[in-house]
Design a protein around this ligand. Structure first.
Ligand SMILES: Cc1cc2nc3c(=O)[nH]c(=O)nc-3n(C[C@H](O)[C@H](O)[C@H](O)COP(=O)(O)O)c2cc1C
Length: 172
C-alpha cells in the first residue's frame, strides 16, 4: 500500500490533470447582511443544479470575508463576467474584504436582498439563499433566483481565458 503522502501527491496530480481540462465561467458573487455589511468574491465553484424549480449551488471558502457576510445574508447576486473583465476579476478574486474596500472601486446598486448588483457585467441573477451545506473547506449555498438581467459586457471570462490570479484570501 502507498504511504498516505504518496497517495495524496498522486491524487493532487490526477486532480490537476483533470480540472485543467474543464473550462468553466467565473462569477462575482456578492452578498449583504446589512447596508454597511457587504462583501463579494470571485468564484468558479458555481453551478445551476435544477431546472424546475430553477436552483444554483454556490460554494464559498470558509475563510473568505464573503463567507462570514453570507452566513447572515438573505441572498446573493451572481454576476457573469464579460471576456475583457479581467480587472473586475482581479478586484474580487485578488483582494479580500478583510482589509480592502472592493465596492469603493466599482459601480453598483443594492438588489432586492440588499446584495450589490454590479453595473458592469455580462449578466446577473439575484437569488435567495434556501439552504447552507458543509462541503469540505467550502460551504455550499442552495439558491433560488428572484431577479436578474443581461449586462453590457460581451463574451464570457472563463478559466481558460483569465490570466493567472493569486486568490486574495489565503486558501484554508
Ligand atoms: C480563479 C479563482 C477562482 C476562485 N474560485 C473561488 C470559489 O469558487 N469560491 C470561493 O469561495 N473563492 C474562490 N476564489 C477565491 C476568492 O475569490 C479570493 O480569495 C477572494 O480574494 C476572497 O475575497 P473575500 O475574502 O473578500 O471574500 C477564487 C479565486 C480565484 C483567483
Amino acid at each position: 500500500m502507498k504511504p498516505a503522502s504518496a497517495e495524496r501527491a498522486a491524487i493532487d496530480r490526477a486532480m490537476a490533470a483533470f480540472t485543467d481540462r474543464v473550462e468553466y465561467s467565473f462569477f462575482v458573487v456578492t452578498t449583504a447582511s446589512s447596508p454597511r455589511d457587504i462583501s463579494g468574491c470571485l468564484a468558479g465553484f458555481v453551478t445551476q443544479c435544477s431546472i424546475r424549480p430553477p436552483r444554483f449551488l454556490i460554494c464559498i471558502s470558509k475563510v473568505n470575508h464573503t463567507y462570514f457576510v453570507a452566513e447572515r445574508a438573505e441572498g446573493v447576486v451572481l454576476h457573469i463576467l464579460g471576456r475583457d473583465q479581467t480587472e473586475l476579476a482581479s478586484l474580487f478574486g485578488g483582494h479580500t474584504g478583510d482589509n480592502f474596500a472592493k465596492f469603493q472601486h466599482c459601480h453598483w446598486s443594492p438588489g432586492t436582498t440588499g446584495a450589490p448588483v454590479l453595473s458592469d457585467c455580462a449578466a446577473w441573477i439575484e437569488c435567495l439563499i434556501l439552504e447552507r451545506f458543509d462541503v469540505g473547506d467550502h460551504q455550499a449555498l442552495l439558491a433560488r433566483p428572484v431577479a436578474g438581467d443581461g449586462g453590457q459586457c460581451q463574451g464570457v471570462l472563463t478559466s481558460h481565458t483569465l490570466p493567472p490570479l493569486e486568490p486574495g484570501h489565503p486558501v484554508a
